[in-house]
Design a protein around this ligand. Structure first.
Ligand SMILES: Cc1cc2nc3c(=O)[nH]c(=O)nc-3n(C[C@H](O)[C@H](O)[C@H](O)COP(=O)(O)O)c2cc1C
Length: 372
């Protein structure tokens, strides 16, 4: 009976989103993103609305426990980093002042987990960033893709941690925190130090997410994203990060376009330093629709086969060596078929972002049902 009600509810929700989508898509991706964050900002503070989101969640989602990357997840679907990441600030002082004023600097922190289950918050960097100016998000509807060069806009690890610490009692049961290597830091040893400090900001305030993810692969900043994904740099940064979050598990997020040998070398490093999972993958850099000289990270349909190939390579290395490093797939998961492309490779948990745009807020529940 419960199954029938769920199936009916999801069919109706799917039909409603398909009807609403043309008007959503009449607005630019950037405007929609902005509007959505404003909506979430208000929803976070409204108990009645949060209770309604809980009810929708219970109706739409069926618990499907799975253990991956050292975490016992209630569902195999995690909303990927980049939606609940907070506002950008010019300085740490300004960000901390906003937290002290009681401003909601992290729209979605309460409402999104209520609606969709596990969410990865971030990426947060050691210091705040305002991100890139101008148009920074696009969609490519025929290819069901997104593209962004948000550039790690975020309030910085200290303000994010202070914000969450003030709401400890209301934090979701299951969430992750994603910390990115600070762009533009070239001194040897400095990236590891900044990552350690960023992670410590959460740990020292008693914020206990189910996992931390280290984003080694942001393609949308002034950094060369490949630099931190070289084995020697990764060993130093990941070793520092594993130590900083212990006993919480550390996951590492990689890009989709690394050579087989690079994935091989990185998996060996992860096994050596105690990384529990690889999130594969981040977005794929490509020219933007507005300026062929400018690149931005592609997610969704145009990323999917690249991410599948990356997971295939990582899985091969993992199986050959028996590394205790799980693979959390991410890239173009928008329906049962795209989910199953990863499930067939032995993946037990996935992350998604663009699915929200093309399938709506209950994307994960719809995909779970289609995957069977
Ligand atoms: C607007 C936007 C912002 C993002 N910001 C981040 C981020 O801050 N950190 C991160 O690790 N990934 C970020 N991502 C990448 C997603 O987490 C995900 O890896 C990527 O979109 C691929 O998944 P998808 O194909 O389901 O979209 C962002 C993606 C989008 C669309």
């Amino acid at each position: 009976m419960k199954q029938l009600v769920r199936a009916g509810f999801l069919s109706a929700a799917n039909a409603a989103y398909l009807l609403a989508r043309p008007s959503v898509f009449r607005r630019s991706a950037q405007q929609t993103h902005h509007d959505m964050l404003q909506l979430l900002r208000r929803a976070d503070g409204q108990p009645g609305l949060l209770a309604l989101l809980d009810a929708v969640h219970r109706l739409a989602f069926e618990r499907a426990p799975v253990t991956a990357g050292g975490v016992a997840l209630d569902y195999p679907f995690i909303l990927a980093a980049g939606l609940v990441k907070g506002d950008g600030f010019e300085s740490e002082a300004a960000a901390l002042a906003a937290v002290q004023r009681g401003a909601n600097i992290m729209p979605g922190w309460a409402s999104m987990p209520r609606l969709v289950g596990p969410v990865e918050f971030g990426s947060f960097t050691r210091r705040p960033r305002v991100g890139n100016p101008g148009t920074v998000t696009w969609r490519d509807v025929p290819a069901r893709s997104t593209q962004n060069r948000v550039g790690l806009r975020n309030p910085g690890a200290h303000a994010a941690a202070a914000f969450l610490a003030m709401r400890k009692r209301d934090l979701p049961a299951q969430f992750g925190i994603n910390v990115a290597v600070s762009p533009g830091v070239d001194d040897p040893g400095r990236p590891a130090q900044e990552v350690r400090e960023a992670l410590a900001a959460f740990v020292e305030r008693g914020i206990c997410p189910a996992w931390f993810t280290l984003n080694l692969s942001c393609p949308n900043t002034e950094d060369d994203p490949n630099g931190n994904q070289a084995a020697a740099e990764a060993r130093q940064i990941c070793g520092a990060a594993v130590d900083a979050v212990r006993p919480a598990p550390l996951w590492v997020k990689l890009g989709p376009a690394l050579a087989e040998e690079q994935y091989r070398a990185l998996m060996a490093v992860f096994a050596e330093v105690g990384v529990r999972a690889v999130v594969a993958t981040n977005t794929l850099p490509a020219p933007t629709p507005d300026d062929s000289g400018q690149t931005a990270g592609v997610g969704g349909g145009r990323l999917h086969m690249h991410a599948v190939e990356a997971v295939r390579r990582l899985h091969r290395v993992q199986a050959e060596h028996g590394y205790p490093v799980d693979i959390i797939a991410c890239g173009g998961i928008q329906d049962g078929a795209t989910y199953n492309d990863f499930a067939r490779l032995g993946v037990r948990a996935v992350q998604y972002w663009s699915g929200l745009v093309y399938r709506g807020p209950l994307a994960a529940a719809l995909i779970a049902r289609e995957a069977g």
